[in-house]
Ligand binder design. Sequence first.
Ligand SMILES: [Fe+2]
Length: 482
Amino acid sequence: MHVGRQEWQQLQARTAPEAGLARPAAERPLASLYHRLADQMPDEATREDAARFLDAELAALDPERADLPATPDDLLEWMQSSARSVHARYAAYLEGRRAGAPRRYFANRAHALYVLRAIAPTKLVDGAWLYGLVEHWRNPRLADLVRTYVEELGEGAADKNHVVLYRRLLARHALDPLDGLDDALYHQGLVQVALGWNAARFLPEIVGFNLGYEQLPLHLLVTAYELNELGLDPYYFTLHVTVDNPDSGHARRACQAALDLLPRIDDAGAFWRRMRRGTQLACAGLGTTQVIEGFDIGQEVVRILSHKAGSGSGAHSDYCKVAGRPVNQWLADPAQVPAFLQALEDGGWIVRNAPPEQSRFWRLLQGDRAEMFGVFSAYELQVIHDWIRGEASADGAAYDEAPPARRRPTFRAQVRNGLAGSVAGAEDDELDPDLQVLEARLRGATGDDRDALLVEAMSPCTHWTPAGLAATRQFWREWSRN
Ligand SMILES: [Fe+2]
């Protein structure tokens, strides 16, 4: 964690009493402010907190480490050369894989699912940094960026809205709710949503952030490739490979927007310098590769069991004993979970590095007459399954299927064979309280009031709901006509 984070925590500690923050919120300052900005329409005080958070982040950056060229003249060449470098490194990766190299990112299916869950706070506010520009949609110099935001929202189509797609991915693999995530995992998402609610104050930084964030990174390509290989839907990631392309996609448009917005009146390079710092914010918090490297399957098993310990303690009969102690006693204190797991292994309840069916513990969790059926979610079962199997889990077998005899089918092969499809969502369901309120209010509104209502419904907290999608479609229809 860098200095900006420490300053921010001090700031939070100072402001917590006035802001009425409960103790848990003060202990999780990033997640707390993130939720205040992303889950509801934030009030002025919350937006001010977000601006101060950004000030602290920016103050902590080292301008010497900015990735952007020193002058805007070299911007297009910078974008093209970074795209060339990513493509060359991806080609080398593919060549290595063809020659038999193992997956670079995901050791097994549980690892991939863990990462999808850990990056969710960022993905669930995808595009949010541009939100504050939408109300300025009539300004031709901002048009490209507003269009990028509307495209992040899928122009109001549920199956193209990036946040809806990510929500479906989480639901499909039982990765929600996102409880127990480390506070640091909210850092990047918080930067994005804080920018979105403070456009007037941070315009150069937003333009720079967009420039940095919309460039195609290598990890996106590798992630999509390895998810598909593990039989997991890579669509959210492949979609970004195509929309961020440097030829005509968001990456190119981000460069054009930056050039269009440079002041024509001499500002001695101030706007450009702030834009460069904004680009650095695209690397705030933990990067995808750090999250990938941070996976420790043993720790994740302990986290999952510790989380269950509260409800499990007292749910077992006194006959259930491990190492002579009733299970209820083992579970009474979550801190005992590592010792409990060790006792299960020592007592032969868990046989590591062997097919899970050989473990009595696993047979309690999974199977037709498993006594603890339904206690663990699909994701939690996958983690326990892969932990028990050890290195054999590299074949990517799902917890409820037999290990593949040869290579397991990729996600795309499963779709071709009718074994996997996209999960239909209810995002367009008309029975939605917000949609009914929005329609009623739109009927009575005209001119600027009507525009303001549409823009409000397109905010990060609502754009993925039926009301937000309907508002986006209307906004896009009317804007395209003009
Ligand atoms: Fe996106």
